[in-house]
Design a protein around this ligand. Structure first.
Ligand SMILES: Nc1nc2c(ncn2[C@@H]2O[C@H](COP(=O)(O)OP(=O)(O)O)[C@@H](O)[C@H]2O)c(=O)[nH]1
Ligand SMILES: [Mg+2]
Length: 323
């Protein structure tokens, strides 16, 4: 394909996304997953159409019922007359793993609905990892006129937290007896939760788990304006999900009225910018380490113990980034 044809097709993809074309959106999401110059051009073209959606992160350990909850939330969001897009990110199943297939089947009830768009994202070419691709994927959905974008991520590790931080509102999902998760809340690892959900409320111990979360939140949220609500749900039968949606709406109001939305988005953009600069720098560094004679000379000095790695690193930094 000549670059001329490509330009034309990227232009038409962008135009068609804004018109609500789902195939164009699907194509754009593949492009931003891969990263690179085409992704950049799409983001540039669509940037004026972004910034208006509410981004909701749903995170928690595998099997707690995140996808089931998302499915139930979609019904609430549609009942409110809003258009909803879902990005399901599962780094453990990069291709067609069981979890992703399961999510598809579960969410099939919504597949006939033109105002629901569900996408399983894999960690593909993007060197900066899934978090960076997620920012751009959300931008594509925003340009497509989706009012609410849900980002489902597995687990509570560093990279998942990075993805969760692309959201305005983060829902942390647990289930009865999630002892490790409760520990994580106590130790402050899970301070990213704006709303807590103990799902599988039909199982024994749900209320006890909820009380434990409330108790640990009392300490960590002392003095803060937003007190994260803790809900018990049975997502499989839509029980308690309406209350979760009401909390999401309340959190949106809080973000707007307190000025936190602007602060959060600024913080988010700073994180994204910093990640992008790091990606550029790392690429340049790796390239230079391989190609530059000065770097090879330093490597030899390191090997011969004539120079320590700290001093070598400073010298490499000066050489590569100061011009
Ligand atoms: N008992 C019970 N099971 C549930 C509930 N919600 C989800 N599940 C089941 O828990 C399993 C994992 O759900 P899933 O939504 O895929 O979890 P995820 O890995 O967090 O996305 C599935 O077998 C669901 O049917 C619930 O409220 N109660
Ligand atoms: Mg899931």
């Amino acid at each position: 394909m000549s670059s001329g044809t490509l330009k034309f097709s990227l232009e038409s993809i962008a135009e068609n996304i804004v018109k609500g074309d789902r195939r164009a959106l699907a194509r754009a999401l593949s492009i931003v997953e891969d990263g690179g110059p085409e992704a950049l051009e799409l983001v540039q073209r669509l940037l004026p159409k972004t910034g208006n959606a509410q981004l909701i992160g749903v995170t928690g350990s595998p099997g707690v019922g995140k996808s089931t909850l998302v499915d139930a939330l979609i019904s609430e969001i549609r009942a409110a007359g809003l258009k909803v897009g879902v990005l399901a990110i599962d780094p453990s199943s990069p291709f067609t793993g069981g979890a992703i297939l399961g999510d598809r089947i579960r969410m099939q009830a919504h597949t006939m609905d033109k105002n629901v768009f569900i996408r399983s994202m894999a960690n593909r070419g993007h060197a900066g990892g899934t978090a960076l691709a997620t920012y751009d994927a959300a931008r594509m959905l925003e340009a497509g006129g989706y009012d609410v974008i849900i980002i489902e991520t597995v687990g509570v590790g560093q990279s998942e937290l990075a993805i969760a931080q692309t959201a305005d509102t983060t829902i942390l999902v647990l289930m009865p007896g999630s002892g490790d998760d409760i520990q994580a809340i106590k130790s402050g690892i899970m301070e990213i939760g704006d709303i807590f959900v103990v799902n599988k409320g039909d199982l024994p111990g749900a209320n006890k788990t909820a009380s434990e979360i409330i108790a640990s939140l009392e300490l960590s949220t002392k003095g803060s304006e937003w007190k994260p609500p803790v809900h018990v749900t049975n997502a499989e039968v839509n029980e308690g999900v309406n209350a979760v949606w009401n909390s999401v709406a309340a959190h949106k109001n809080y973000l707007n009225s307190s000025g936190q939305l602007k602060l959060r988005r600024k913080h988010k953009l700073q994180t994204e910018l910093s990640e992008l600069v790091a990606e550029i720098a790392r690429n340049k560094l790796n390239d230079s380490l391989e190609k530059s004679q000065a770097a090879q000379k330093l490597m030899n000095q390191l090997l011969e113990s004539e120079l320590d790695p700290h001093s070598a690193a400073r010298e490499v930094f000066e050489k590569i980034f100061s011009n």
